[in-house]
Design a protein around this ligand. Structure first.
Ligand SMILES: NC(=O)c1ccc[n+]([C@@H]2O[C@H](COP(=O)([O-])OP(=O)(O)OC[C@H]3O[C@@H](n4cnc5c(N)ncnc54)[C@H](O)[C@@H]3O)[C@@H](O)[C@H]2O)c1
Length: 313
């Protein structure tokens, strides 16, 4: 009989808790909810609450809170949300000074205890944090990926569904580039079940929806005083499930580029295929001249923040 999978969630805050909830409800494996020693009891309490929830909802996996890396040893999947989220008025890049030392500490723990894990980084600024995690651990690049594109595409899909009056299930959207305000919606890959979205939405409306998508994270930060967590957690779980069940899903994600789209040596959002080997392929789409220009702008922002992180002592 095959053993149950082990999923280590690093950061037991808002996204970490919802990740645990989804992993448990989908019975993806046993869950470790890891946080710093000062939050160990908090993590244990959240884990216990979620484990008891299984008695009501009818799932049975082990969920444990911990601040000890040895409990995470041998994890099959690690999802990293350790760090601080944005407050109103902050950009993702404002988080660098606090989150770089945190991602390095997490990378060191993961390297020692979970060398074979598939790692999904969520902490912001996303493209730079996933870069730093891979650089620090030296893990194979196909086993370290950043979550942003699934979430950004979900936001774009929802706004298009509301505008067209059609079911969000039928909207296919693709948002690429860095996880910042210059992310790049790809209209050629955005359809209502295969029918180009331009058939249903006029250009000015589409432009307004794209603008709202780009600032979609900030809209929620302004309303709640902290970052979104339900949709970010679901997005990462879709990626984890694609790996654990070898689903070969085509999803937008921050992947290490080695010349694709004309860029290399950093992570940025591109369409990838995720399966049992991790990022099994990077798909190169035909882009319009406008999209190429937008991607260049986004790539410039990402590489600038990566340079800041590289020099961070
Ligand atoms: N990629 C995306 O699309 C996306 C979307 C939303 C939020 N985010 C980012 O995700 C991160 C987490 O957001 P959140 O709302 O869950 O924040 P949160 O503050 O609720 O939780 C973060 C947790 O990380 C813990 N932590 C800090 N240092 C740690 C360490 N060294 N090891 C383990 N845990 C540590 C904190 O104690 C806290 O419990 C933020 O950086 C946020 O900006 C990314």
């Amino acid at each position: 009989m095959s053993q149950r999978k082990k999923i280590a969630l690093i950061g037991a805050g808002n996204i970490g808790g919802e990740l645990a909830n989804l992993c448990a409800q989908r019975e993806l494996g046993d869950v470790l909810l890891f946080d710093i020693p000062a939050k160990a009891d908090f993590a244990k309490g959240k884990a216990l609450d979620l484990e008891q929830n299984g008695a009501v909802l009818g799932y049975d996996v082990s969920i444990k809170g911990t601040s000890e890396w040895k409990d995470c040893a041998g994890a099959d999947v690690i999802i990293v949300t350790a760090g601080v989220p944005r407050k109103p008025g902050q950009s993702r890049d404002d988080l660098v000074a606090i989150n770089v030392p945190i991602i390095r500490a997490v990378a060191d723990g993961a390297k020692e205890h979970c060398p074979n894990a598939f790692v999904i980084v969520i902490s912001n600024p996303l493209d730079a944090m996933v870069y730093e995690f891979q650089r620090r651990t030296g893990f194979p690049r196909e086993k370290v990926v950043g979550m942003a594109g699934v979430l950004d595409s979900a936001r774009f899909s929802l706004f298009l569904a509301r505008e067209t009056g059609m079911n969000v299930k039928d909207i296919r959207a693709m948002v690429l580039g860095g996880h910042g305000d210059d992310m790049v919606p790809i209209l050629g890959a955005t359809t209502v079940n295969g029918v180009p979205v331009s058939k249903f939405v006029a250009k000015e409306k589409l432009d307004a929806i794209i603008a709202r998508t780009r600032t979609g994270g900030g809209e929620i930060v302004k309303l709640m005083g902290t970052s979104a967590y339900y949709a970010p957690a679901s997005s990462a779980v879709a990626m984890a499930e694609a790996y654990l069940r070898d689903e070969k899903r085509l999803l937008p994600a921050a992947a290490y580029l080695t010349g694709q789209y004309g860029y290399k040596d950093f992570y940025m959002g591109v369409p990838v295929v995720i399966g049992g080997k991790g990022v099994e392929k990077i798909i190169e789409l035909e882009l319009s001249d406008d999209e190429k220009a937008m991607l260049a702008k986004s790539a410039k922002s990402v590489s600038e923040i990566v340079e800041v992180v590289k020099k961070f002592a």
